[in-house]
Design a protein around this ligand. Structure first.
Ligand code: HEM
Ligand code: NAG
Ligand code: NAG
Ligand code: NAG
Length: 352
């Protein structure tokens, strides 16, 4: 009796030691970051707003309890911001108080969720209360994307900060050429990515963002009508056809059929099983240039997490405004009103 108790204690102790060693190994695993863009740093707000990151995280942790859909929405907003005219918060602008039309008007942006724009602005207000107007909306978009990845079970990582907010939205052409369509093949995807210095490994890793979130029928029904895309699994086709019986049905389905709400590597397992949702997803397991990377991420989640962090941080530094460029917005949805002094200078200069 006493002997078996002692031996079970030994077992418990051994298991504990193993767990401690594993946790320690995980926490010392070196994170890999791309070179930082000039003007950005990991501790940008250390003096001016030391609590910035915890304010963002605390706000978001409680907001996602009310609305878990914020997670995929915020992961996608940072991507749309960065792919079009750089990570300058221009995707956040509304029609009002800008000259021109908001990026949100154009087709790829029509499915960005309004609640996520509101969360970014609410966080901005909380940050201004704590520190004054020092944290940019573009940085908030990067931080909320990072925290969303982690809240969904993905990797945690550091975000380079110091982005400034842009003054104007991108044009319709810039939005449509910057954001590839879900019907794209690898050549078309790489045409868009190479313009912003992202490579084929970045393409495969960043597409892993589709491990969470939803899509509307018209984003993938090119693969259902007039007939099943032959690269799509028959069972998966039947399921999707029930949701979208006709072209353009106004319904949604999950991007990752295995674990739709968890940030993990199952998206790549979907691809191996011919159950990727968009053409732009499934082609990654067909094209010879990307197939091996898909396979590697499907069998090794750590390899995916490592590369996702590297590529997402790289993406987060595309064409950033820094230093005295741009501005720090007082409202993420609007450019600051011009200051009186400057409008007088403008008038004088125009008068010359
Ligand atoms: C590589 C090219 C990409 C294409 C063609 C693409 C296309 C799309 C499309 C069409 C949707 C669904 C829109 C709808 O029907 O509602 C979507 C959703 C989504 N995308 Fe992408 N995407 C790409 C890259 C990315 C990247 C780089 C990320 C982030 C790392 C990302 C994250 C997401 C997320 C999280 C959703 C779900 C949004 C939600 O549930 O609100 N995508 N994407
Ligand atoms: C923004 O304004 C344009 C016209 O300039 C209009 O077509 C568009 O629907 C508006 N978009 C939003 C999101 O209100
Ligand atoms: C990709 O699509 C383009 C047309 O949009 C086509 O010319 C090209 O052959 C396709 N490439 C591959 C690798 O399928
Ligand atoms: C989030 C957002 O602003 N979405 C807009 C996309 O564009 C349509 C009009 O084209 C608006 O109705 C949506 O509000």
């Amino acid at each position: 009796m006493a002997g078996s108790r002692a031996s079970s204690l030994v077992v418990v102790a051994v298991v504990l030691v193993i767990v401690i060693v594993m946790v320690a190994a995980a926490s010392v695993s070196a994170e890999r970051y791309p070179p930082l863009a000039p003007g950005l740093s990991f501790d940008f707000y250390k003096k001016s707003c030391p609590k910035a990151e915890s304010i963002v995280k605390d706000f978001l942790s409680s907001a996602v309890k009310q609305n878990p859909g914020l997670i995929p929405a915020l992961i996608r907003i940072h991507f749309h911001d960065c792919f079009v005219q750089g990570c300058d918060g221009s995707v956040l602008l509304d029609n009002s108080s800008i000259s021109g039309t908001s990026e949100k008007t154009y087709i790829p942006n029509q499915t960005l969720r309004p609640a996520a724009f509101k969360a970014i602005n609410d966080i901005r207000n909380a940050l201004e209360k704590a520190c004054g107007r020092v944290v940019s909306c573009a940085d908030i978009a990067a931080l909320t994307a990072r925290d969303s990845v982690q809240l969904a079970g993905g990797p945690s990582y550091k975000v380079p900060l110091g982005r400034r907010d842009g003054l104007s939205p991108a044009s319709e052409t810039a939005v449509l050429t910057g954001l590839p369509a879900p019907t794209s093949n690898v050549t078309e995807l790489m045409d868009a990515l190479s313009k912003i210095k992202l490579d084929i490994t970045d393409l495969v890793a960043l597409s892993g963002g589709h491990t969470v979130g939803i899509a509307h029928c018209n984003s993938f029904d090119n693969r259902l009508f007039p007939a099943r895309d032959p690269t799509m699994d028959q069972w998966f086709f039947t399921q999707l056809n029930k949701i979208c019986p006709l072209p353009n049905t106004d319904k949604t389905t999950v991007n990752d059929i295995r674990t739709p709400h968890v940030f993990d590597n199952k998206y790549y397992v979907d691809l191996l099983n011919r159950q990727g949702l968009f053409t732009s997803d499934q082609v990654l397991n067909v094209d010879a240039r990307t197939k091996d990377i898909v396979h590697k991420f499907a069998v090794d989640q750590n390899a995916f997490f490592d590369q996702f962090v590297y590529s997402y941080v790289k993406m987060g530094q595309i064409q950033v405004l820094t230093g005295s460029q741009g501005q720090i917005r007082a409202n993420c949805a609007a450019r600051n009103p011009p200051r009186l002094a400057w409008s007088i200078v403008d008038t004088l200069l125009l008068g010359l």
